[in-house]
Design a protein around this ligand. Structure first.
Ligand code: HEC
Ligand code: HEC
Length: 310
C-alpha cells in the first residue's frame, strides 16, 4: 500500500499507473551527414586536441559503451576528475547534456571537455592552428565546410559523429515493436519497473535523458560542494543533487553508476535508487527481475564504429 501511494504521488496524484507507460523504441537509423561524421570520428579519437597530446574524447567515451568504466575519468597529465563519465551512445536523444544539463546540444557540448582543465585543457586558438596546420584536416574541412578548419566546424563534425552513435535493436526494442516476447523474468522486471515508479523518471526513447530529477527525492543522498548538479549552475538550494536523469540504455555495460561512480554494480545502484528515490528497500527477487529487464536494453554497436564503415 505504501509503495502504491508513492507511485501515485510521483505521478502527480491519482490516475492509472499504466497510463504513464511512455517507453519508445530507438529508431533503427538516424539521418546524419556521412562526410562530416567520418571527419568527426577521426577528431573524436585524436589526442592532439588535448594540451599534452595524450587525451582524446575516445579515452573517456570508448567504442565499447560510450563511457569508460571508471568511477572518475582520467584526463591530461593523468589528472583524475571527480565526475563519472556518462555514455555518449544515444545522447542525441537527451533533452540536455551533462549531469547538470549545462549543454543544450551536442555541438554546444564539445567546447566543455576541450576547455576543461582536467580533461583536455586546450583553447580555440591552439585548436584552430593545429587543424589548419595539419594538411589532411585542412583539406577535409575546406572540402566539407568550404572554409579553413576552425573550432566551430570541428564541433559540428564531432557532433555529427556523435549523432550517429545510436544502438538500435535491443531485445526490448524488438519487444516494443511486437517482434519477440520477453522471458517471464524479464517481463516481471518490466512490470516492476512500471509499478514501482522507475518509469516516472526513466521514460521516453532513452528511459531517461528527458528531465531533471533529484537524487534523494525521498531519502536524502549525500551532497558535496563540487557535485555536477543543477545547483552548480543555478545556485538555487532546491537544485542540490538534481541531475539530468541518465539513460538506462546499455546500462549493464556502463558500471560503475551514478554521477559519483559510487555504485560498483547494477544491483547496488538499484538498491540505492529504490531507497533514495522511491523510499523503500527492494527484495532480492525484485532486484533479480529488474536486472533481467535492464539487460534487455543492450542494443547493437553503432554502425559507424564498425571496422569497415566507409
Ligand atoms: C577525461 C575524460 C573525458 C574526456 C577526454 C572527454 N569527456 Fe566527455 N564527459 C566526461 C565526463 C566526466 C562527463 C560528464 C561531465 C558533467 O556532466 O559535468 C562527460 C560528458 C560528455 C557528454 C554528455 C553526455 C550526456 O548524455 O550528458 C558528451 C556528449 C561528451 N562528454 C562528449 C565528449 C567529447 C566530444 C569529447 C572530446 C572533445 C569528450 N567528451 C572528452 C569525460 C570526458
Ligand atoms: C525520482 C526520479 C527517479 C526514480 C523514481 C528512479 N530514478 Fe533512477 N535515476 C534518477 C536520477 C536523478 C539518477 C542519477 C543519480 C545520480 O547520478 O546521482 C538515476 C540513476 C539511475 C541509475 C544509474 C544510471 C547511471 O548511468 O549511472 C540506474 C541503474 C537507475 N537510476 C535505475 C532506476 C530504477 C530501476 C528505478 C526504479 C526502482 C529508478 N531508477 C527510479 C532518477 C530516478
Amino acid at each position: 500500500m505504501k509503495r502504491l501511494y508513492l507511485c501515485l504521488v510521483l505521478l502527480g496524484g491519482g490516475g492509472e499507473i499504466w497510463a504513464n507507460d511512455s517507453l519508445e523504441p530507438l529508431p533503427r537509423s538516424i539521418q546524419y551527414d556521412r562526410e562530416k561524421a567520418e571527419l568527426g570520428k577521426r577528431l573524436f579519437s585524436d589526442p592532439n586536441l588535448s594540451i599534452d597530446g595524450t587525451v582524446a574524447c575516445v579515452n573517456c567515451h570508448t567504442p565499447r559503451n560510450g563511457a569508460d568504466n571508471r568511477s572518475y575519468s582520467i584526463g591530461i597529465h593523468g589528472r583524475k576528475g571527480h565526475i563519472n563519465s556518462p555514455t555518449v551512445f544515444n545522447s542525441a536523444f537527451n533533452f540536455r547534456l551533462m549531469w547538470s544539463g549545462s549543454a543544450k546540444n551536442l555541438r554546444d557540448q564539445v567546447r566543455m571537455p576541450v576547455h576543461n582543465p582536467v580533461e583536455m585543457a586546450m583553447d580555440e586558438t591552439r585548436i584552430d592552428r593545429y587543424l589548419t596546420e595539419t594538411p589532411s584536416y585542412d583539406k577535409a574541412f575546406r572540402r566539407i565546410y568550404h572554409r579553413p578548419a576552425n573550432f566551430k566546424d570541428m564541433s559540428d563534425a564531432i557532433a555529427e559523429f556523435e549523432k550517429a552513435l545510436i544502438t538500435p535493436d535491443s531485445r526490448f526494442d524488438h519487444f516494443l515493436r511486437g517482434e519477440i516476447d520477453l522471458t517471464p523474468l524479464e517481463k516481471r522486471g518490466y512490470r516492476l519497473f512500471k509499478r514501482l515508479g522507475c518509469i516516472t523518471c526513466h521514460n521516453g526513447i532513452n528511459l531517461g535523458g528527458n528531465s531533471f530529477q533529484k537524487m534523494g527525492l525521498i531519502n536524502r543522498y549525500t551532497w558535496q560542494a563540487d557535485n555536477p548538479d543543477r545547483y552548480s549552475l543555478t545556485r538555487n538550494p532546491s537544485d542540490k543533487n538534481v541531475y539530468r536523469v541518465p539513460t538506462l540504455r546499455n546500462i549493464v555495460l556502463t558500471a560503475p553508476y551514478f554521477h559519483d561512480g559510487s555504485a560498483p554494480t547494477l544491483e547496488v545502484a538499484l538498491k540505492k535508487m529504490a531507497y533514495h528515490n522511491l523510499g523503500f528497500d527492494l527484495a532480492p527477487e525484485e532486484i533479480r527481475a529488474l536486472v533481467a529487464f535492464l539487460r534487455t536494453l543492450t542494443g547493437k554497436q553503432p554502425e559507424i564504429l564498425k571496422e569497415n564503415s566507409p
